[in-house]
Design a protein around this ligand. Structure first.
Ligand code: THU
Length: 163
């Protein structure tokens, strides 16, 4: 038997400790919660994507009476960014969530499907995405999705099909 250990390291910053670009991205994610449509969960999530040229694209969760037809804030933002600017690598992603007017005191971790998509966008552009999870107690920062999503399935795992 062998043991295979995964290590997850995140750094927690006060909002004021972040540099201007990161703080702007987190503030954009917080503002983006206003675009959430969450009549079922009442859980309003905002996401903000930073592109290599500095542009910010935001998204918010969109729910539907047929629950699985809705989409998380992270994927709304990432897919919109990639659709509008297909040649611009994504460098960072900030996420914030609130119930009513109260932002959460714990960071909102991206769901499994969003982790898979974040991982796919890293693969697409060949670079890690800095992830910033906002909470009222601090901003949890991960350098890339890997610490949050070890042993992930990516394009490297796909077998080449020869025809
Ligand atoms: N949600 C997100 O937008 N992002 C996540 O990472 C987790 C969950 C949304 C989906 C749904 O609209 C609501 O939060 C409750 O699950």
């Amino acid at each position: 038997m062998r043991e295979y250990k995964f290590e997850a390291v995140m750094h927690v910053y006060e909002l004021a400790e972040l540099d201007d670009a990161d703080r702007e991205l987190v503030e954009s994610a917080k503002r983006a919660t206003a675009g959430s449509y969450a009549p079922y969960s009442k859980f309003r999530v905002g996401a903000a994507v930073r592109l290599k040229d500095g542009a910010i694209v935001v998204g918010a969760n969109q729910e539907n009476a047929a629950f699985p037809s809705g989409l998380c804030a992270e994927r709304v933002a990432l897919f919109a960014a990639n659709a509008q600017c297909p040649d611009q690598p994504v460098t960072a992603l900030a996420i914030a969530a609130r119930k009513g007017s109260q932002f959460l005191s714990e960071p909102i971790p991206p769901c499994g499907a969003c982790r898979q998509v974040i991982s796919g966008v890293e693969d697409r552009f060949g670079q890690p995405i800095r992830i910033l999870l906002y909470s009222t107690e601090g901003v949890f920062v991960s350098e890339g999705i890997s610490p949050l999503f070890p042993l992930r399935f990516g394009s490297d795992n796909l077998c080449r099909v020869e025809n």
